[in-house]
Design a protein around this ligand. Structure first.
Ligand code: CP
Ligand code: NVA
Length: 301
C-alpha cells in the first residue's frame, strides 16, 4: 500500500510531465474550469507544522475546503511527536484517520520517514533544505504574466537556502537557466549543482549579483534569516545581494521579481522593488492556493 501513495516530496523526484500537468491543472482551477465539482469531498488532510506559517497554512486549508475536503491542523508541539513518539508511528496512525499528510519541519529526513511509513500521500510543506510547493506557485506566476519559463534565465541573489535548492530542482524540471549569486559561505550544496548539470540543467553558481542578474528574465530573492537560522553575521554577508532598483535595472526591461514571502523590506529587497511594477509577489502568494489544489488533486487522484 505504501508504495502506491503518490507523495509530493521534492521536485527532483517527480516526473516533469506530472509537474507540468499540475501547473496546467492549477491554471484551469484558477480560471474556474477545473475542480469545481468538489472532487475531494469526504477527504481529510492533516497538516503538521513544526515551524510557523501564514501562506502554506491558509492556502492548504482553503484549497482543501474548496475541493470539498477538510483539514486537521496540528502544531508539532501539540502532538506526541513533540515528546518523542516516532515519525514512523505518527505516520502509521495518521494514515488510519486522514487521506493525506502535509508536513513543515526542520530536517528533511522527517518528511522522508513520514513518507516511508504513511500509507497515504505526504506533501513537503518546507524543510531546512527545500520548499517545493512554493516553486509550483512561482512557475505558474511567471508563466501567467510573462509566458513559458522554458528557455528563460532566472537569477537568484541571496542566501543559497531551501528556496534556492528548490529553484535548482525546478530549473531542470521546467527547462530554464538559473544563475545563483550567493556569498561563498552560503552557497547551495555543491551536490545540487552537480545533480542539475548532470541532468541536462543549466545552473551556474556565482558570487557577483550584478553578473547573475545581467539580462535575466526573472530575479528572485528570499529572507536573509530563514526559520531556524542563526542570525549572526548573515546580514553583513548578504547586504551586497540586496535586490534594489540599481540591481534590478541590470535585468531585462520586463523582468519579473519574485519573493516567496515573508519579506523584510530594506534587507533582502527594497520597498521600491517589492512594491514596484515588476514585482509579482501578491500573485505569487495567491498562486500557492491554486497550485496546492492541483498538488492535492494529483496526490489524491
Ligand atoms: N512562502 C511561505 O511558505 O510562506 P509561509 O511561511 O507563510 O507559509
Ligand atoms: N527560506 C525561508 C522561506 C520561508 C517561506 C525560510 O525557510 O524561512
Amino acid at each position: 500500500m505504501t508504495a502506491k501513495a503518490r507523495h509530493f516530496l521534492d521536485l527532483d523526484g517527480i516526473d516533469e510531465q506530472d509537474l507540468r500537468g499540475m501547473i496546467d491543472v492549477a491554471a484551469a482551477m484558477k480560471r474556474g474550469e477545473a475542480g469545481m465539482d468538489r472532487p475531494l469531498q469526504g477527504k481529510f488532510l492533516a497538516m503538521i507544522f513544526e515551524k510557523p506559517s501564514t501562506r502554506t497554512r491558509v492556502s492548504f486549508e482553503v484549497g482543501m475546503k474548496q475541493l470539498g475536503g477538510d483539514v486537521v491542523v496540528l502544531n508539532g508541539n501539540d502532538l506526541q511527536l513533540g515528546r518523542g513518539e516516532s515519525v514512523a508511528d505518527t505516520a502509521r496512525v495518521l494514515s488510519r484517520y486522514v487521506d493525506c499528510i502535509m508536513m513543515r519541519t526542520y530536517e528533511p529526513e522527517k518528511i522522508s520517514e513520514m513518507a516511508e511509513y504513511a500509507s497515504v500521500p505526504v506533501i513537503n510543506g518546507l524543510t531546512d533544505k527545500t520548499h517545493p510547493c512554493q516553486l509550483m506557485a512561482d512557475v505558474l506566476t511567471y508563466e501567467e504574466r510573462r509566458g513559458p519559463i522554458r528557455g528563460r534565465t532566472v537569477a537568484w541573489s541571496g542566501d543559497g537556502n531551501n528556496m534556492a535548492a528548490s529553484w535548482i530542482h525546478a530549473s531542470v524540471k521546467f527547462g530554464f537557466s538559473l544563475r545563483i549569486a550567493a556569498p561563498r559561505e552560503l552557497s547551495p550544496d555543491p551536490a545540487l549543482l552537480e545533480w542539475a548539470n548532470a541532468n541536462g540543467g543549466s545552473v551556474t553558481l556565482m558570487h557577483d549579483p550584478q553578473a547573475a542578474v545581467l539580462g535575466a528574465d526573472c530575479v528572485v530573492t528570499d529572507s536573509w534569516v530563514s526559520m531556524g537560522d542563526d542570525e549572526a553575521s548573515r546580514h553583513n554577508m548578504l547586504a551586497p545581494f540586496r535586490v534594489d532598483e540599481a540591481l534590478l535595472s541590470k535585468a531585462k526591461d520586463d523582468v519579473a521579481f519574485l519573493h516567496c514571502l515573508p519579506a523584510h523590506r530594506g534587507e533582502e529587497v527594497t520597498a521600491e522593488v517589492i512594491d514596484g511594477p515588476r514585482s509579482l509577489v501578491w500573485d505569487e502568494a495567491e498562486n500557492r492556493l491554486h497550485t496546492q489544489k492541483a498538488i492535492l488533486a494529483w496526490c489524491l487522484a
